[in-house]
Design a protein around this ligand. Structure first.
Ligand code: FMN
Length: 804
C-alpha cells in the first residue's frame, strides 16, 4: 500500500508507456520551473504552536459559497484516459470517495462532460481554452453548464503550448483512438501543433467580458503569476485567481508558484479566492500554501499517478494520503481549523534571500534593510492599489506645473469664503445653545470636550432636511461624520459583513466610494450608467448575475444629481423606477448628493425624499454648501436593525458605534460652525447657496460656451470630439479620439499648460479610456477661457495621429 504520493508516482511510472510518462511528467525547456515548484515547498519550514488545545483538526473550508471537505481540488489535466480507460469518470468517482472537493475538467478531457457528470457526486468545474473559433468554446461551455458544471476556469498562460523537449525528442503522439471527447475535428494527436492551429493567441482582458456574456457561472483565471495581473483580473470581474505556471509546462524560467503566491495574495487582499497549483505533493505543502495566502490548492500530476496506479481506487488513495497528511500536520502544528492557518506558520529557509533585499542591495539601499524597514507586500494591499495612486499622480502633476490651468480638482470657488464667517457662525451656535437654556459651563463643554459619537447637531440637520429636502427623519437616525467620506466608510463597514457581500456602484463612479471599498476589502460590481444615470435594467442584470454566483448584493451606490464624475442627473421617472426595483430586489440604496444645492434651478426630488420603506441611506455633505475645510458630513440611516433578543435599534446607532472606534466623534468646533450656518438660514441650505448656485451654473454655462466656440461643428466632427451638457454640478465629460491616460495628461500639462482628469480613473472595472473630466467649479472666467483654448490645441495635436 502506498503511503506517500511519491510511491504512487513510482507505481504509475512502472505501468505507463515511457513516452506517455514523459508527456505527463515533463515540463517546458530545461524544466527549471518544473523543478522550482517542488523545490519551493522543500524550502519551507513550518513553525508549530504547542499546547493550543487544537484537538482533532477540521480540514473543511468554504470557497465560492460552497463548503469543501478540504482545501484541495483536482487541477485540469488533459486526457485522464492516458492513465486509465475510464479517464475522468474514474477520477471523479475516486476523488469523491475520499473527499467532496471540486474536480476541474480539461477542455481536452478524454470523456464527455455528460458521462463525467453522470458519475460525479462532487462539484465539477470546466477548464476553458479559448479557441480561435469562439463558437467552439461557447458550445463547450453551454454543454458543461447543461451538465451541471458549477464554475469556469479560464487558462490564461497558454496562447500556445510550451516547448516541451521530452515530447519533441519522443516525437510524442497520442495513442491511436485517443481524442478529446468533447471536441470535434482532428489534428489532436500532436498537442503542440494543434494548439498553434486552434488556440486564440490574441486574447486580452476583454475575454472575460465575452465569457460573462455567454455564461453566468463564476469565472476563475488560471495562470496568474504577478500581483498586477491578479488585480487586473479582479478588476475585469474574475471570481477567483489560480496562481499557476501550468506545472512548469509553459514558459520555462518563470518562478515557482509558491514564491509568487504572497505577492498575488497581497494584491488581491481577500477580495477573491486565491488558489494555487504546481508541486503540491504532501499534506504539509497544503499547509505551506495556505499559510502564504492561498485559499486552496489544486493537484495535477499526482491524480494521474493514482489513476495509472490503480484506477479510481488509486485516485481515492492519493486524496486519502493527502488528507491524512494534512490532518496530521495540522494537529502537530497546533491548528484546529483551516482558518487558523496564517503567515506565522511559515518562514523562509535561512539561505533564501528575500527578493526585495536583493533588489535593495543592488541599489545600494541596504541601510533601510534594518529592523524598521517594511515591505509594501506586508502592508494592506490597498496601499499599492492603482486607485490610490491615481489621485497622487494628479496632485503631483498639478504641483509640477503650477502655471497650467487645471480643470482637475472638484473644489468649491474660493471667492465665497470669508474668514470672519467662521467666527460669526461659531458665535451664532453658541448663542443658540444659550438661548436653549444651556449654562456657560455646558456651552464650554460642548465645544471643548469629546462629544457624542453620533454628533451634536443632529436636530439642526434633521430640521434642515425637513424644510429643504422634504426628508422627514428623526434626529436619532442621523450620524454626523468627518466629511461624507467617513459616512461612506462607516456604512460599508456596517453593511458588508462577509466575503460574498457585494456593493454595486454606478460606473463611472466617484473614487471616494471605490477607495473606501478597497480599504475594507469590499467586493465591487460596476453597473454601467446611461444617459439618464444608473440604468435599472443593468442594475437588475448585475444583481441577478451576482446572486447566480452565490453572492449577496447588499446595496447600490450612486450620485443621482449632477454626478461626479459624469455630470449626469437622473430624471424623476428613473428615480421612481429605481426605488421600485430596489424594493423588488431587496437591496439598499446609498444616495450621495453633494451638488444639489449648489446647482441652479429646481432640483429633482432626492431619493431619500421618495423613500417610503427606508431603503435609502442618504450620505450628506456640507463641503460644497458650507465649506470643505469644516469636514462635516452625515449619514441618514433610519433602517431598523433587529437583535436576536427581539430588540430594535437604528442603523445609525450601529454606525455611531463603529465611528466611536474610527474617529471617536466629529470635531465639535467644526460642527458648531456648520450649525451656525444652518441657523443663519433656518436650515434652508438651498437659500444660503442661491448666489453660489448661480455662480457655478454660470461657470458651467461659460465652459460649454467656450467649448462650442473652440469646437465649431466642422472641427468637432473632424476631431470626433463631443461632450455632455450638465444642468448643474461641477463636472462635464468630453470624448476624445485618443487615449486619455496619464501619459496624455502629462503631455497636456507640460506642452499645453492645461490639466484635466482621465475618466478611466472612475471606472472600477475598466472603461473610459477616451474620455476626460473637466471640473468647472473653482476657475474664473478668464482661466476657463484660456484653459479651453489650450485644451483645444492639445486635442488638435493629439488627434492628428489618432484620427488619421
Ligand atoms: C499531463 C498534463 C496535462 C495538463 N493539461 C492541462 C489542461 O488541459 N488545461 C490546463 O489548464 N492545465 C493543464 N495542465 C496543468 C495543470 O492544470 C496544473 O497547472 C499542473 O499540473 C499543476 O502542477 P502539478 O502537476 O505539479 O500538480 C496539465 C498538466 C499536466 C501534467
Amino acid at each position: 500500500m502506498e503511503l506517500s504520493l511519491g510511491e504512487f508516482a513510482l507505481r504509475a511510472q512502472e505501468r505507463l508507456d515511457p513516452a506517455v510518462w514523459d508527456f505527463i511528467e515533463g515540463g517546458a525547456g530545461e524544466e527549471r520551473t518544473l523543478a522550482a515548484n517542488t523545490a519551493a515547498f522543500d524550502r519551507v519550514l513550518l513553525r508549530p504552536s504547542v499546547l493550543t488545545g487544537a484537538g482533532s483538526p477540521q480540514t473543511a473550508t468554504r470557497i465560492l459559497g460552497r463548503t469543501w471537505d478540504a482545501p484541495l481540488a483536482v487541477a485540469p489535466v488533459a486526457y485522464h484516459t492516458l492513465a486509465d480507460p475510464l479517464g475522468e469518470q474514474a477520477t471523479v468517482r475516486g476523488t469523491a470517495a475520499a473527499a467532496k472537493v471540486p474536480v476541474v475538467i480539461s477542455t481536452f478531457a478524454g470523456r464527455t462532460f455528460e458521462d463525467i457528470a453522470a458519475e460525479a457526486t462532487t462539484p465539477l468545474w470546466l477548464q476553458v481554452y479559448c479557441m480561435r473559433d469562439h463558437s467552439v468554446t461557447r458550445g463547450l461551455i453551454e454543454r458543461a453548464e447543461n451538465a451541471g458544471f458549477e464554475a469556469l476556469v479560464l487558462t490564461v498562460d497558454a496562447p500556445r503550448l510550451g516547448r516541451r523537449l521530452r515530447d519533441l525528442r519522443n516525437d510524442f503522439r497520442l495513442p491511436p483512438g485517443m481524442v478529446p471527447a468533447n471536441l470535434a475535428g482532428d489534428g489532436f494527436a500532436a498537442p503542440a501543433a494543434h494548439s498553434r492551429a486552434e488556440f486564440d493567441p490574441d486574447l486580452d482582458w476583454s475575454v472575460l467580458d465575452w465569457l460573462r456574456s455567454v455564461s453566468t457561472l463564476p469565472i476563475l483565471i488560471k495562470g496568474v503569476l504577478t500581483g498586477p495581473d491578479a488585480v487586473r483580473g479582479a478588476e475585469a470581474g474574475a471570481d477567483g485567481i489560480v496562481v499557476s505556471n501550468h506545472g512548469g509546462r509553459q514558459l520555462d524560467g518563470v518562478p515557482a508558484t509558491l514564491d509568487v503566491l504572497p505577492e498575488v495574495a497581497a494584491a488581491i487582499g481577500g477580495r477573491l479566492p486565491v488558489l494555487l497549483d504546481g508541486g503540491v505533493r504532501r499534506g504539509r505543502d497544503v499547509l505551506a500554501a495556505l499559510a502564504l495566502g492561498a485559499d486552496a490548492v489544486l493537484i495535477g500530476r499526482p491524480v494521474l499517478h493514482g489513476l495509472a496506479a490503480d484506477g479510481a481506487e488509486g485516485v481515492t488513495g492519493v486524496f486519502s494520503v493527502l488528507l491524512e497528511e494534512l490532518t496530521d500536520a495540522m494537529s502537530l502544528a497546533g491548528l484546529k481549523t483551516v482558518a487558523d492557518i496564517g503567515p506565522d506558520l511559515v518562514r523562509p529557509a535561512p539561505h533564501t534571500p528575500r527578493p526585495d533585499t536583493v533588489t535593495a542591495a543592488a541599489h545600494g539601499h541596504t541601510e533601510t534593510g534594518g529592523g524598521a524597514a517594511l515591505r509594501i507586500a506586508d502592508l494592506h494591499p490597498s496601499v499599492a492599489d492603482p486607485v490610490m495612486d491615481t489621485m497622487n499622480f494628479l496632485n503631483e502633476v498639478t504641483l509640477r506645473y503650477p502655471e497650467a490651468v487645471s480643470f482637475a480638482p472638484g473644489r468649491p470657488y474660493a471667492g465665497f469664503f470669508e474668514t470672519d464667517q467662521v467666527m460669526g457662525h461659531l458665535r451664532r451656535y453658541m448663542d443658540h445653545l444659550t438661548e436653549q437654556g444651556r449654562s456657560q459651563a455646558q456651552v464650554r463643554d460642548a465645544l471643548f470636550q469629546y462629544g457624542p459619537s453620533a454628533g451634536l447637531i443632529r436636530e439642526l440637520i434633521a430640521h434642515s432636511l425637513r424644510v429643504d429636502e422634504d426628508i422627514d427623519v428623526p434626529p436619532e437616525s442621523i450620524v454626523v461624520t468627518v466629511g461624507c467620506q467617513e459616512a461612506m466608510f462607516l456604512t460599508l463597514r456596517a453593511l458588508m459583513s462577509g466575503p460574498d457581500d457585494v456593493l454595486l456602484v454606478s460606473s463611472p463612479c466617484y473614487v471616494g466610494i471605490t477607495g473606501a471599498a478597497r480599504l475594507l476589502d469590499v467586493r465591487l460590481t460596476a453597473v454601467e450608467e446611461g444617459e439618464n444615470g444608473l440604468s435599472c435594467d443593468a442594475l437588475e442584470a448585475a444583481v441577478t448575475a451576482e446572486r447566480a454566483r452565490g453572492r449577496r448584493p447588499r446595496a447600490v451606490y450612486l450620485v443621482p444629481d449632477h454626478s461626479n464624475p459624469s455630470g449626469v442627473t437622473m430624471p424623476l421617472e428613473a428615480r421612481l423606477a429605481l426605488m421600485d426595483l430596489a424594493e423588488r430586489l431587496d437591496i439598499l440604496v446609498l444616495e450621495d448628493s453633494p451638488y444639489r444645492h449648489v446647482s441652479p434651478g429646481t432640483q429633482v426630488a432626492s431619493l431619500k425624499s421618495l423613500d417610503r420603506t427606508r431603503r435609502v441611506i442618504h450620505l450628506g455633505s456640507y463641503a460644497k454648501t458650507v465649506f470643505p475645510g469644516a469636514r462635516i458630513g452625515f449619514a441618514v440611516a433610519d433602517q431598523p436593525v433587529l437583535a436576536p433578543d427581539g430588540s430594535t435599534t437604528l442603523l445609525a446607532d450601529q454606525l455611531a458605534k463603529i465611528k466611536s472606534m474610527v474617529t471617536v466623534n466629529t470635531s465639535p468646533l467644526s460642527q458648531a460652525v456648520v450649525a451656525g450656518a444652518l441657523l443663519e438660514c433656518d436650515g434652508r441650505v438651498s437659500e444660503l447657496n442661491t448666489l453660489t448656485a448661480a455662480h457655478y451654473g454660470e461657470a458651467m454655462r461659460f465652459t460649454l460656451e467656450c467649448l462650442a466656440r473652440e469646437f465649431p461643428a466642422e472641427r468637432r466632427s473632424r476631431l470626433q470630439v463631443s461632450w455632455n451638457e450638465p444642468s448643474g454640478g461641477f463636472f462635464l465629460t468630453l470624448q476624445v479620439p485618443f487615449r486619455a491616460d496619464n501619459a496624455a495628461l502629462a503631455r497636456s500639462a507640460q506642452d499645453f499648460g492645461v490639466i484635466w482628469t482621465p475618466m478611466a480613473y472612475f471606472y472600477p472595472q475598466g472603461g473610459g479610456g477616451h474620455t476626460i473630466r473637466l471640473s468647472t467649479s473653482y476657475l474664473t472666467h478668464t482661466d476657463i477661457e484660456k484653459g479651453i483654448a489650450r485644451l483645444a490645441e492639445f486635442i488638435e495635436f493629439e488627434s492628428a495621429d489618432a484620427v488619421r
